[in-house]
Design a protein around this ligand. Structure first.
Ligand code: PLP
Length: 427
């Protein structure tokens, strides 16, 4: 069958199966542009609406259940409603939350973060990963007295720091140089000529939204070397990759940045961001010595601090991250086998418990390698998997939560194999 026809049919079945979601989309569209306030959740022609959760499942208003393999883009690492987090937050509800003052819990949460990440001696909390990255780059500009930021094609550091297609209009207006990810030669050339102007390199140890494309060790080593030689700060955006180990990607790779930004699951699914680094850098925020003022009504909001404190304990409990990442590796390996045996043009990239299915054949090392992928395959896979009861991101991204079992992984792999079989003659 023709790919366009297959997609039209899959979309048609989706529309027919979601009448209540469609009505809600009409209503939402009157007050929210596109019916949406988080662009990545947009679905053409409309998204299903969740009614409630049931363990690892999302249940929609039309009566369907989906195994959630998206994991709220990594914020849901601990699942939809981890009981100890719910209990702690409920206790906070009883104790009160609009404090406008400090409490002890932000200290223990900060202690947990500092004890986890080798590069973080001191930390500041924010409300999102976007804000954490904006704060980190402003800190680097202040500390170095330089303006330029080196970033990478396909990098996503939040809504205001997106370096993929369509990201320019909302990009915070800094002096950027955008280089190709994993291109050591281009990096070295840039630093040979302009290193003295560079305040910071902002980089994800794995391009996350850009397609779960891990950095090579040569690339990370080169980043560390050139920034150190140039007196620039190396900032790791570990909003995604901090889940790769207790100490994040920096612990796994041994490449320790000057600053690190965090977000997502670290506050158990509550709104969260953080940036931190060496005491000498973060001292800029000490009123006694540094003079920088970092405002933010909700920086130490009682719910996030409480949830983050308990969430870190859960995440760091024996074997939790190891098991999660081992399960993710297993999923990636088995999906790759399915695609290798099929006639469809798919491959899988990723690291640990995060991966992305790409409708593309061949080596993938940078965002440019996936830019020409036929998006219709991605959407067909998305609709077909939904129909089979599995929820992944439309862009093919999968983020495992601790609620996903080995059996779930097997069922997911079988569903993808059935997709390949069903569409073996689709082109
Ligand atoms: C690597 C990375 N950095 C930053 C962000 C932005 O975080 P937030 O959505 O909390 O602003 C994201 C979100 O997806 C991300 O994946």
């Amino acid at each position: 069958m023709d790919l366009a026809d297959a997609l039209t049919r899959a979309q048609g079945r989706y529309v027919d199966a979601h009448p209540r979601s469609r009505d809600l989309a009409d209503r939402a569209g009157r007050v929210l542009p596109g019916g949406n306030t988080r662009s990545v959740l947009h679905v053409d022609p409309f998204a299903f609406r969740v009614d409630r959760v049931d363990g690892a499942y999302l249940c929609d208003v039309d009566g369907h259940r989906y195994l959630d393999l998206l994991g709220d883009y990594s914020a849901g690492l601990l699942g939809h409603r981890p009981q100890p987090v719910a209990d702690a937050v409920r206790a906070r509800l009883d104790a009160g939350w609009a404090l406008g003052a400090m409490s002890d819990v932000e200290i223990s949460f900060a202690e947990a973060v500092v004890s986890r990440f080798p590069s973080i001696e001191q930390v500041r909390f924010t409300n999102s990963g976007t804000e954490a990255n904006l704060m980190a780059v402003m800190t680097a500009r202040h500390v170095t007295g330089r303006d330029r930021l080196v970033v990478f094609d396909g990098g996503y550091h939040g809504g205001l720091l997106y370096f993929g297609a369509g990201g320019a209009a909302l990009r915070a207006p800094f002096d950027y140089t955008v280089l190709e990810y994993n291109d050591v030669d281009a990096l070295v050339r840039h630093f040979d000529e302009h290193g003295h102007k560079v305040a910071a390199v902002l980089v994800e140890p794995m391009l996350g939204a850009g397609g779960c494309i891990p950095a090579t060790s040569e690339f990370l080593d080169a980043l560390r070397r050139v920034t150190r030689e140039a007196g620039s700060l190396l900032i790791f955006d570990e909003v995604m990759t901090s889940r790769m180990a207790r100490g994040g990607a920096q612990e796994v790779t041994g490449v320790i940045p000057d600053m690190t930004t965090l977000g997502k699951y670290l506050a158990g699914g509550f709104t969260f961001g953080a940036f931190g680094g060496a005491r000498s850098v973060m001292a800029a925020y000490d009123p006694a010595s540094g003079g920088l003022s970092h405002g933010g009504t909700f920086n130490n909001n009682a719910f996030t601090m409480t949830a983050g404190d308990i969430a870190n304990e859960l995440v760091l409990a024996d074997g939790v991250l190891d098991d999660l990442n081992a399960r993710g590796r297993d999923l990636q390996r088995r999906l790759t086998e399915v695609f290798d045996e099929s006639s469809l043009p798919f491959s899988v990239t990723g690291w640990g418990s995060l991966c992305t299915i790409h409708p593309i054949d061949g080596e993938i090392r940078s965002a440019a390698d996936v830019r020409d992928a036929d998006d219709r395959w991605r959407r067909l896979l998305f609709f077909d998997l939904l129909e089979a009861g599995f929820y992944i991101a439309q862009r093919g991204y999968i983020g495992l939560s601790v609620d996903i079992t080995d059996d779930d992984v097997t069922r997911m792999v079988d569903a993808v194999a059935a997709f390949c079989d069903r569409h073996r003659d689709t082109a």
